[in-house]
Design a protein around this ligand. Structure first.
Ligand code: AHG
Ligand code: MN
Ligand code: MN
Length: 337
């Protein structure tokens, strides 16, 4: 009889069985999120055929153009997860304030933070996009939520990961016991274990950055990127940048390398870089560290940052440990040879 392979729920239940403090609530929360991901995957597959391409004509809290699939993904996750009964609050990249959970749905002990569609400027060009998620346990007691439940440092995440809608649809997640990848088998509609215990190479040969911002970077960032390009006679890295964080991150996680979004002086509204600490950097930093990599602002560990605001932006240097350490040395004014 043909074996189906291990489904993500079987894998999570097995992990739960080994973690005495884990409760069924967490597993049920993740399984709801997986249903939402399957729904977004279905729409993404047909994006060219449905009215989900292009922009809504609106701008979000980030001041960015909202793509129809951004809106669609955001609504799917909020509606499905809001009534899961396991959350006390949600934070979405697309929503200005913390999303409350209506009493009628019952409240739980977790906070979900997410970027419903990452890389959305690429949707119309059929380039891989993703969904990024992060889960925290609440720290307060009683009804509703407090900002202490929401503004937690990334090191307190209980789980994090992403779904990448690419040549195949993959779920990559960690619950603190390594990083595991599951590929959607459309014929049965299940995510099946395909990449158990992903480890990222200590050092890579790829760097990913938008060099269009080169003249807005400070000298230390320019010196580091010049080094990666072999200006000082070192062996050059390959440059790979697709403009979807999830796609760039996933490739570098598997192959090795460093992704950067430095602070740049280009947009005075975003002096500390474009990427969001809570919805993008913290979840990917948790995954990266669990795979043996590192994630830094260039000056400190991403997971140790105490968030000041749910939409706070930070510079991001993430990937192979030795590459991130070298980036931090350059940004500290050193010129390691
Ligand atoms: P989002 O689509 O969720 O707004 O994220 C877009 C981000 C990220 O996916 C990508 O790495 C970055 O924007 C690309 O920015 P630039 O076009 O400025 O390079
Ligand atoms: Mn994003
Ligand atoms: Mn987004």
């Amino acid at each position: 009889m043909e074996q189906l392979g291990t489904t993500v729920i079987e894998y999570i239940l097995d992990e739960q069985a080994q973690a005495p403090e884990a409760t069924g609530a967490f597993t049920s929360l993740l399984s709801e999120l997986i249903v939402a991901a399957k729904i977004i995957a279905r729409e993404t597959r047909k994006a060219g055929l449905l009215d989900v391409l292009g922009s809504t004509g609106e701008r979000n809290v980030q001041g960015e153009r909202v793509q129809k699939l951004d809106d669609y993904g955001n609504n799917v996750i909020i509606s499905r997860m809001g009534n899961s009964g396991h959350l006390c609050a949600m934070v979405s990249e697309e929503v200005a304030d913390v999303i409350e959970i209506p009493d009628r749905y019952g409240q739980g002990n977790y906070v979900l933070v997410f970027d419903p569609v990452d890389g959305s400027s690429n949707i119309d060009a059929n380039v891989s996009i993703g969904t990024i998620f992060s889960i925290y346990r609440r720290v307060s007691e009683g009804e509703g939520y407090t900002m202490a439940d929401v503004l937690q440092p990334g090191r307190r995440q209980v789980a994090a990961g992403y779904i990448i809608y690419g040549s195949s649809t993959m779920l990559v997640y960690t619950a603190g016991n390594g990083v595991h990848g599951f590929t959607l088998d459309p014929s049965v509609g299940e995510f099946l274990l395909s990449h158990e215990n992903i480890r990222t190479p200590e050092r890579g040969k790829i760097f990913s950055v938008n060099e269009g911002n080169y003249y807005f970077w400070d000298d230390d960032v320019r010196a580091y990127v010049d080094h990666l390009k072999g200006k000082d006679g070192s062996k050059p890295y390959s440059s790979r940048y697709i403009g979807s964080l999830v796609a760039d991150f996933h490739r570098n996680l598997l192959y090795g390398g460093i992704f950067m979004y430095p602070a740049d002086g280009k947009d005075p509204r975003k002096p500390t870089g474009k990427l969001r600490l809570m919805c993008e950097c913290n979840p990917l930093a948790f995954v990266c560290e669990q795979a043996g990599g590192a994630a830094s602002t260039g000056g400190m560990r991403i997971l140790d940052l105490e968030p000041l605001d749910i939409h706070q932006r930070v510079p991001l240097y993430i990937g192979s440990k030795q590459d991130v350490e070298e980036a931090e040395a350059y940004l500290g004014g050193e010129r390691p040879q």
